[in-house]
Design a protein around this ligand. Structure first.
Ligand code: ATP
Length: 388
């Protein structure tokens, strides 16, 4: 096992465009680190640079403190687990796991190979399936065979390139759990690429969010969710997404299209350098039906306003309400730009509100909503920086 250190890594392809732009990340020994971001953000390129499939234009890559920029992939001793697991359908599970050992011709005796395969298959709970072919295994078992190959090689780290993206939603969920458990059990340093924020949040000890080749934030899933450094991270992490609400500040009041919101204590003093125009970030769960909050101790943590719900969505255990509003044209262009970064055409002029599943509020009605202003973020619309 090993640590992986990326120092100011840059990758420019022939067209000169930096697909990876000055990225520095430390993956600790035994850590599960996720690289996440929308299509084209450079996450696969970065993984390929680490494994040695892509040259490094500048910067240093260290494995366990040793610079490996010029080393061949084989010498780096990292093991890549691909989307389709790259198993040989005509070989048994045993032979698939033994494959990398046989490839190193003559290096291992039959006895050594047998010991390593049996050790790996016990770890992975595959001992009863050694004579089967991959075609007769479940998706989860196939994944384990692929990891078995990495284990017999005594790889320093596992690198995963979107291993679950071809699976249907249910299997993806199961496999996610399986990978998380295996990684924790084996304690192998792992670097995992995905565009799926749910995978990132559930698997990673820490998550690195990339946009257009640049590292935006690297933090634990909880910190990313609760303290996103900018609009991009705030919008990318969380489903449904954080609401972005244009606001004009007038002293201690934010004027917003859904009503006036007092500037919360935690934001006061941090907005002095900011312009009048700001973007408020509020997660759906920080809204509530005012009736559900009144007379509770936390009512004082927020403020109440009247809104018309255009429609509601009831999902059994949850309910979402939608509030539409007229978009401020000055802010619209900014938010639409952000939407493009998040792979959408435009930012909808609406607020999504999480309601109690038992709430009887229906679309078309005007109602009192409560918003927890203590959890509110305030962003600079120009730089996207989280000012709070
Ligand atoms: P996806 O999830 O779609 O695979 P990604 O985040 O993994 O996206 P990369 O595949 O790393 O992104 O690509 C990053 C950028 O580099 C993109 O703009 C892409 O077009 C460009 N790129 C990738 N490979 C090459 C190449 N061989 N030559 C030139 N440009 C490339």
């Amino acid at each position: 096992m090993a640590s992986i250190t990326m120092n100011n890594l840059v990758k420019k392809y022939d067209d000169g465009f930096p697909a990876v732009n000055d990225v520095s990340i430390d993956v600790a020994d035994g850590e599960f680190l996720i690289l996440v971001g929308p299509s084209g953000c450079g996450k696969s390129t970065l993984l390929r640079m680490v494994v040695g499939l892509e040259d490094i234009t500048s910067g240093d890559l260290l494995i366990d403190g040793e610079r490996v920029n010029e080393k061949e992939p084989r010498q780096r001793n990292l093991s890549m687990v691909f989307q389709n697991y790259a198993l040989y359908p005509f070989l048994t599970v045993y032979e698939n796991i033994a494959f990398p050992l046989r490839l190193a011709k003559g290096k291992f005796s039959e006895k050594e190979i047998d010991e390593k395969v049996r050790h790996a298959s016990e770890l992975l709970d595959l001992d009863d399936h050694l004579e089967r072919k991959p075609g007769n295994l479940s998706g989860g078992q196939r994944q384990r065979v692929a990891m078995g190959r990495a284990i017999v090689r005594d790889a320093e780290a596992f690198l995963f390139d979107e291993p679950l993206s071809n699976l249907d939603a249910k299997l993806r969920g199961q496999m996610r759990t399986e990978i998380a458990q295996l990684q924790r059990r084996l304690g192998i340093t792992s670097l995992y690429v995905t565009h799926d924020q749910t995978e990132a949040m559930t698997l990673g000890d820490r998550v690195a969010v990339l946009k257009k080749g640049r590292l935006q934030q690297i933090a634990s899933p909880r910190e990313l969710y609760e303290q996103p450094v900018n609009l991009f991270v705030a919008g990318f992490i969380g489903a449904p997404s954080m609401n972005f609400l244009p606001a004009r500040r007038d002293g201690d009041i934010f004027h917003t299209p859904i009503g006036d919101i007092p500037v919360p204590e935690h934001a006061k003093g941090k907005l002095d350098q900011a312009g009048e125009l700001l973007v408020l970030g509020i997660r759906p769960e920080h809204f509530a039906d005012a009736k559900d909050v009144q007379d509770t101790p936390w009512a004082a943590r927020g403020t109440t306003f009247e809104a018309e719900l255009t429609h509601t969505e009831w999902l059994g255990n949850q309910q979402y309400g939608y509030v539409r509003y007229e978009q401020d044209q000055d802010v619209k262009a900014k938010l639409d730009e952000l939407a493009k970064d998040l792979d959408a055409d435009e930012m909808p002029a609406q607020v999504v509100v999480e309601l109690d599943a038992a709430s009887r509020i229906r679309g078309g009605s005007t109602t009192s909503l409560w918003v927890n202003t203590q959890k509110m973020h305030v962003f600079d619309p120009e730089s996207g920086t989280n000012l709070t």
